[in-house]
Design a protein around this ligand. Structure first.
Ligand code: PBG
Length: 337
């Protein structure tokens, strides 16, 4: 017969896990609706929402439907949306000139949303990828083998001023050109937009997890590949110190909020950035992170809601103050119950 075990223990951590109310008292991290930013896609016309195959539950909206979605998100308590246009292929060219059309789709969308729900914070991407035939975030060098940093920054500055004029709360340079945050800050200030903030994609990695997003905005189709290489401007996923350097530069150049992207695979970076800066830290749970949870759930291999919530909690625990996530509306609806 086995001897009756008698452990004498000073510490029994399980005491704190005994029942839900004890666990509630010692919870360190809570995900709330006000942490969430909903990325939304907009298309021309009045058609029905267009589902995106690689992003279950996400659609591209006409401006009218986009406004309705924003009204709903606002009433659920989601504080912000990030808008991404999908352009008709005919509007794209190598220089991304449609980006500087004062009546371009995303600017009309911003005006419509701001008119309907002025209190909702609206964020727009500053990068050329929805507008270029090659799908890169900037214009190419004469030889065509790289993105031209300084010419691109000049265009991004004009783009940011147009977005500010349309009424956005934050412009979000997602292009990873050197010096763009400082240049954009100066351009905004010179144009009088001192209250328009900059949410900088500071540590944006050259990730394979952007594939579904490139389907959504059509930048992949334009380029002929979903995995078009942006390695000469987006960061090497191997680099942690460099990420801190990028964040420090954006902070010096005037970023109001710094961002790490993707999120779930870069929790170490989020934590280090959180410890290194006093600025608010955003994290972007990207399209591929969303897609992989959905795909596994569709196969019955993972529980969608639990994985959704755990993935976001982990990002918050790592140190993110706010999270861009395609789950924003679903989570807000769950939390409202
Ligand atoms: C474009 C941009 C990308 C994302 C946001 N802005 C894609 C890219 O850099 O190719 C990715 C978002 C996602 O995957 O959800 N500058």
């Amino acid at each position: 017969m086995a001897k009756k075990s008698k452990l004498v223990l000073t510490h029994r951590p399980r005491r704190l896990r005994r029942q839900p109310s004890r666990r509630a008292l010692v919870t360190e991290t809570v995900l709330c609706t006000q942490d969430l930013i909903a990325p939304l896609f907009v298309v021309e016309g009045k058609g029905a929402p267009e589902p995106i195959a690689s992003m279950p539950g996400v659609s591209r909206f006409s401006i009218d439907d986009l406004v309705k979605e924003c009204v709903e998100l606002h009433s659920l308590g989601v504080p912000a949306v990030a808008l991404f246009p999908k352009l008709d292929a005919g509007l794209k060219d190598a220089g991304g000139t449609e980006a500087l059309n004062p009546k371009t789709l995303v600017l009309r969308a911003v005006r419509a949303v701001k008119k309907a729900v002025p209190e909702l914070t609206v964020i727009t991407d500053v990068a050329l990828d929805p507008y270029t035939t090659h799908g890169h975030d900037g214009v190419l060098t004469p030889s065509g083998d790289d993105v031209d940093n300084d010419r691109t920054v000049a265009i991004l500055c004009e783009m940011a001023v147009l977005q500010a004029a349309a009424g956005v709360d934050f412009v979000a340079p997602s292009d990873m050109m050197d010096g763009r945050v400082g240049a954009i800050r100066q351009a905004l200030d010179e144009a009088g937009y001192i209250s328009t903030g900059i949410l900088a994609y500071s540590a944006k990695f050259n990730s394979a997890y952007y594939g579904p997003f490139r389907d959504a905005v059509g930048s992949a189709k334009a380029a002929g590949t979903r995995l078009l290489s942006k390695a000469t401007y987006q960061m090497n996923p191997a680099n942690r110190r460099e990420a801190l350097g990028e964040v420090a530069l954006d902070e010096q150049e005037g970023a109001d909020i710094v961002m790490v992207k993707p999120a779930g695979l870069y929790l170490d970076i989020i934590r280090e950035v959180r410890n290194a800066t006093k600025k608010p830290v955003a994290a972007y749970q990207v399209s591929g992170e969303y897609a992989q949870i959905h795909a596994a759930a569709q196969l019955g291999w993972l529980d969608l809601v639990r994985c959704r919530d755990e993935s976001l909690l982990a990002i918050k625990r790592a140190g993110a103050d706010m999270i861009l996530t395609y789950f924003a509306k679903d989570v807000a609806m769950s939390l409202a119950k």
